[in-house]
Design a protein around this ligand. Structure first.
Ligand code: NGO
Length: 524
């Protein structure tokens, strides 16, 4: 028999425990999932009004112990452990996990979510991300990160209640290709810097990183059959700095890192123009047979490969063969822009033959919009950057377009006349201008069905370090990511700018050096 006094003690301890549990998980503000500031905007959001609290006993459950699920759960744990300080063990479970946990599953998702879509269900008891493919789980994880307090992005333990508003999000992208291009030629950026770019853009569900690896000012990747390209052609950069290049091991490490973030690397070797670094490294590639000098200026359009020499095609084949063997994704970018000193009658057969070389290697060619002057091979993609006429030529040949209109998507342009770095040739691009356009209606003759997606391009003539990369990329990139991900009927600048303003706390936690545009109501 329990004594009356003991019984009442037990009851009061239990009441206190219940109160404490509630206090420790009590949100400060009313919770409404539909009022959260997720970027890119999800397709559908339904709120329940309650919330989930992530506590120190939480585990990350996966539906079975596959390497694929384990590594994605590890990724999620890696994002959540530093700020929560929780162990967040990873466990496999058959059936539904118990209370207070996160569950990642590849079964039960609707087929209409496709390869990249996900559903995220938050109840008092459990957070469940369901998808058809692990890319979808990864995207769901990015949404989950944004539903947690911004301090979840801090690298040290934060004393906070980690609550998430209840409800269900169902989401999939409007376009399959959402990219960022980084020019590592005009200024060279290290493996660590490129990894940080991958970290930051994958928060916004960007899934391609196009690396501009060769130009007049530098060759940035080791090619074993043509070693001077990197050894000599990689020596310098704009302004005469030391330059640099990736060894094949380093390049492979980047591809692996990107793959783990569901980002496909698209390597570009620009040709037949923009080739001075190669022309300086190998005399045979020149029409004159004489090597040029290394170049550290910013002019464009003065160089060309000798398109009539067979050695040039041996070079192209060797370079693309080595690159293809290090490339996990489908695309090899062949450049093709601004070949102002290549005669048109030489340019056309050249880009046609180069496409054939890429296709023979089992890859899909992409080139800047000028390549549509020649015959585009079935499957080739043209990247629209400046000429709507060229883009239309590509469409009339049945080719698909990647949309990078310079006046919207060139994030090397200045925000306004006071921006210290950046170019102005395509206009000033304030945050609203980068956001307020629809790829499917931008140019007459180019519709939704002609487009694989969008890409923001960061050329680096004026950019020398990571802080500057971040300044021009943020906050335009989240907006461009939304242009690519969110269905255009859901997008509206006045509503978007409020969501964006709420990301200041996340930018700060991630230590992103962003441009505090006056057009955005920042909430610090
Ligand atoms: C152009 C040019 C690049 C420049 C960039 C600067 C393309 C496709 N070719 O874009 O070489 O770096 O503008 O904004």
């Amino acid at each position: 028999m329990i004594k009356k006094r003991t019984l009442s003690r037990i009851i009061s301890v239990m009441i206190i425990a219940v109160i404490l549990f509630q206090i420790s998980c009590k949100p400060e503000t009313p919770t409404d999932l539909t009022k959260e500031n997720v970027i890119p905007k999800p397709l559908t959001v339904a709120a329940t009004g309650d919330y989930f609290c992530l506590g120190k006993k939480a585990s990350i459950y996966i539906q079975e112990e596959t390497d694929e699920l384990k590594s994605i759960a590890e990724y999620l744990a890696g994002r959540l452990r530093p700020a929560t300080g929780f162990p967040l063990e990873i466990k496999a479970v058959s059936g539904t996990p118990g209370k207070g946990n996160i569950y990642l599953t590849l079964s039960g998702a609707d087929a209409s979510l496709g390869d990249e879509g996900y559903s995220l269900t938050i109840t008092k008891k459990l957070v469940t991300i369901a998808a058809n493919k692990s890319a979808g789980l990864f995207n769901g994880i990015q949404t989950l990160r944004q539903l947690l307090p911004a301090n979840i992005e801090m690298s040290s333990v934060q004393d906070l209640d980690w609550h998430i508003p209840g409800g269900t999000i169902t989401d999939y992208p409007a376009y399959n290709y959402r990219g960022v291009m980084l020019d590592v030629t005009r200024h060279f950026f290290t493996v660590e810097e490129v990894k940080r770019v991958i970290d930051l853009v994958s928060v916004y569900k960007i899934n391609h990183l196009h690396l501009h690896l060769s130009d007049d000012q530098g060759w940035r990747v080791e090619i074993k059959s043509w070693p001077n390209l990197a050894l000599y052609g990689g020596k310098t950069e704009v302004g005469g700095g030391v330059g640099g290049s990736y060894t094949q091991e380093q390049y492979g490490e980047l591809v692996k890192y990107a793959d783990a973030h569901f980002v496909t690397i698209v390597p570009e070797i620009d040709m037949p123009g923009h080739t001075n670094a190669a022309l300086a490294s190998y005399p045979d590639l020149n029409i004159s047979g004489k090597a040029t000098e290394l170049y550290t200026g910013t002019e464009v359009g003065f160089s060309t490969l000798a398109t009539k020499k067979e050695i040039t095609y041996k070079f192209v084949e060797d370079v693309f063969r080595e690159l293809a063997s290090m490339t996990s994704g489908p695309y090899l970018h062949i450049g093709g822009d601004e070949s102002h000193v290549t005669k048109k009658e030489d340019y056309i057969p050249f880009v046609e033959r180069v496409q054939d070389i890429v296709i023979k290697l089992g890859k899909t060619p992409i080139g800047w919009d000028e390549i549509s002057l020649g015959k585009l091979r079935p499957g080739s993609v043209a990247q629209y950057w400046s000429s709507a006429e060229n883009a239309n030529k590509a469409v009339s040949q049945g080719a698909k377009l990647l949309m990078s209109p310079a006046s919207r998507a060139y994030i090397d342009m200045k925000y306004d006349s006071t921006t210290a770095i950046g170019y102005t040739w395509a206009g000033l691009i304030e945050v609203d201008k980068a956001y307020n356009w629809d790829p499917a209606t931008l140019e007459p003759g180019i519709g939704r069905e002609n487009i694989i997606g969008i890409e923001a391009a960061l050329w680096t003539e004026t950019i020398t370090n990571m802080e500057e990369i971040e300044f021009l990329t943020f906050p335009r990139l989240p907006g461009l990511a939304e242009v690519g991900w969110s269905h255009s009927s859901l997008r509206n600048w006045d509503e978007y700018k409020i969501r964006l303003g709420n990301h200041a706390k996340r930018f700060n936690a991630l230590e992103i050096n962003y441009y505090p545009s006056k057009l955005v109501p920042w909430v610090e």
